[in-house]
Ligand binder design. Structure first.
Ligand code: 13P
Ligand code: SF4
Length: 343
């Protein structure tokens, strides 16, 4: 029996007790076995809604499994097949750095700051944001959450992804000169406008996969594919999003191609597994990848083998791949997550 067949057999034995979730960046063979596939926003919403499954196997990275654990009931257990699948961007903000930043920034800017964290962050960073009246955010709802943030306070601390923060605020009409940068290592804040005009403080974190996409790549793609629309993920630098034809979350990128007329051409700047799948699922259109080095090592750590091992362990009552977040962290992190999900 193949590994896929063994997985299918366990799936049918466990029935609705088991829910396999997968992010769009997962490999095809994993996506094919998932009960639900989505971007970070859809996956969080789906995990929150599902009250039935006892075992939720999250094919994604660590912060996603943590988020699912916090959004599900206490008796629903969440598992991560590839235990070392972290997110380097999430690791660019730790709680000690966030506490130090808060001290520095609240001293520097005496009026209220609302902390907003990308869902790609550790659970204790979400808790930090919840504790200070902030929210989490995903690439699928960033303008909505940022608007909410500006209604709550005078300025926003956006972490860890500077690019998502900058792109979203710029789209909402905040000039680049009214955005400050916070250096998490040096503990310094830089801005060019008068202090009272600073609207957004950007933490200096990024996703290495999207940060590596350069404006020259967009220019080259325009020469190579003059009839194509170039669409990118908002984790790309502003220099890239500002010269592209559109940008948005993973779901946006999928739908923009799906809803385009037959014969359309697209160049997509995001993780390769997704771009290749979009190309295959739209055979009547031409789809190219903007940077063929766009590859998330961590998303690719989930394999059929470690998925099968996880399921076999669950059947044996071995929960060693379970991801749990402590009650105290969950309590504050849920404030940030619920603020986001209620919008
Ligand atoms: P979205 O799922 O929000 O598009 O984010 C992409 C990503 O980098 C997930 O790690
Ligand atoms: Fe993290 Fe980027 Fe990989 Fe997403 S694609 S998990 S943000 S490193």
């Amino acid at each position: 029996m193949t590994t896929t067949e063994k997985i299918k057999e366990i799936k049918s034995r466990l029935g609705e007790d088991l829910l396999i979730l997968a992010h769009h960046y997962q490999k095809d063979e994993i996506v094919a076995l998932a009960d639900f596939v989505g971007d970070s926003l859809k996956l969080a919403q789906y995990a929150e809604k599902n009250k039935r499954a006892k075992y939720i196997v999250f094919c994604g990275v660590h912060f996603m499994a943590e988020t699912a654990d916090m959004l599900t009931e206490d008796d629903q257990l969440v598992f991560l097949p590839a235990q070392s699948a972290g997110c380097p961007m999430a690791d660019m903000a730790d709680i000690a750095q966030a506490e130090r930043a808060w001290e520095i920034l609240t001293k520097e800017f005496d009026e209220s700051i609302i902390p907003i964290t990308y869902i790609n962050s550790r659970a204790d960073i979400k808790a930090f944001c919840g504790k200070h009246g902030g929210s989490s955010v995903t690439s699928g709802n960033a303008p909505k959450v940022m608007k909410w943030g500006f209604e709550q306070g005078k300025r926003i601390l956006f972490l860890p992804d500077m690019h998502l923060g900058r792109n979203t605020a710029k789209e909402m009409g905040v000039p680049l000169e009214n955005m400050a940068s916070y250096d998490r290592i040096k503990g310094t804040v830089d801005y060019v406008c008068p202090k009272e005009d600073v609207k957004l403080i950007l933490w200096n974190g990024y996703c290495h996969v999207h940060h590596a996409i350069k404006p020259e790549m967009v220019e080259n793609a325009r020469q190579l594919h003059p009839n194509a629309k170039i669409v990118v993920h908002p984790e790309c630098p502003y220099e890239v999003t500002s010269i592209s034809d559109g940008y948005g979350s993973t779901e946006y990128l999928i739908n923009v191609v799906k809803n385009a007329p037959s014969g359309s051409e697209f160049v997509i700047g995001t993780e390769g597994n997704l771009v290749k799948r979009v190309a295959r699922e739209n055979p009547d259109k031409k789809v190219y990848i903007l940077d063929n080095k766009s590859y998330c090592i961590n998303m690719n750590k989930t394999t059929l083998e470690n998925l099968l091992e996880t399921l076999e362990e669950i059947e044996d009552g071995d929960f060693s791949r379970q991801i749990t977040v402590s009650k105290s962290v969950t309590e504050n992190a849920l404030v940030a997550l619920k603020n986001m999900l209620s919008l």
